[in-house]
Design a protein around this ligand. Structure first.
Ligand SMILES: NC(=O)c1ccc[n+]([C@@H]2O[C@H](COP(=O)([O-])OP(=O)(O)OC[C@H]3O[C@@H](n4cnc5c(N)ncnc54)[C@H](OP(=O)(O)O)[C@@H]3O)[C@@H](O)[C@H]2O)c1
Length: 204
């Protein structure tokens, strides 16, 4: 797949590494391609992968949003035409919703024709870099109404090394999936368990 990563921080940087390793074509759409952080990432994934937000979006079929939520409006205006694109929203709006929308997912769904799916928001970036615990793959989770976008998210989750991508349900479950991320944040940070914890669905 041709994947544009918008937001090359913890989450975008981790998934860029995983998807490059899996053989995908990854472009990073960055405001400042020559920032110290981006130069460090470029040494791992290749400096020819960095471009503007618009150029990344227009050259790719799949767009990962991994910015702080309020940046969604810049990304939508700079990205150009989102027709035919799958947008994967990895953000959590818990403390900074993109007003007037409750989440980045809702902003994209309202303001663009993209097929939007929520995914890669529910665990720490360290688990995206290494989703294997004691030889067992942990799970990723997704929500949204577009079957095709969910199929893309599932493929990219397993390509990143997750065991499966459990379907939380339609767009009515997007806020619940953000709250699920808060449950991980609560255990990892507020309850002091540390960031080396993860969720996995088990069946009898
Ligand atoms: N950290 C985690 O473990 C984790 C896990 C799951 C989900 N999330 C969610 O994922 C999102 C990103 O988290 P993060 O930890 O990766 O954040 P981060 O390390 O701060 O990275 C955010 C990235 O967004 C970029 N950005 C900000 N405004 C932008 C704009 N207007 N246009 C283009 N790029 C812009 C920043 O670029 P500059 O360097 O130019 O500022 C930076 O590369 C958040 O919503 C967070 O809640 C985080």
């Amino acid at each position: 797949m041709k994947i544009a990563i918008i937001g090359s921080g913890n989450v975008g940087g981790a998934l860029a590494q995983r998807w490059v390793a899996a053989g995908h074509t990854v472009l990073v759409g960055a405001r400042f391609p020559l920032s110290e952080k981006n130069i460090k990432l470029a040494t791992i994934i290749g400096e020819d992968r960095f471009t503007s937000v618009q150029s990344a979006v227009q050259q790719c079929d799949v767009i990962l949003i991994a910015t702080a939520p309020p940046a969604v409006f810049d990304v939508i205006s700079q990205g150009g035409d989102f027709t035919g694109k799958v947008v994967i929203d990895a953000t959590n709006s818990v403390r900074m919703a993109p007003d007037p929308y409750p989440t980045v997912f809702h902003a994209f769904a309202a303001k663009t024709p993209a097929a939007v799916v929520k995914c890669f928001n529910s665990t720490g970036f360290e688990n995206m870099l290494n989703p294997v615990y004691r030889g067992e793959k942990i799970d990723m989770f997704m929500a949204g109404d577009h079957t095709q976008a969910k199929a893309v998210a599932r493929t990219l989750a397993t390509d990143a090394g997750f065991g499966d991508c459990t379907d939380f349900g339609g767009s009515d479950k997007v806020v619940l999936l953000e709250q699920f991320a808060l449950a991980w944040i609560n255990l990892a940070i507020m309850q002091g368990m540390g960031r080396d914890i993860a969720f996995r669905l088990v069946r009898r």
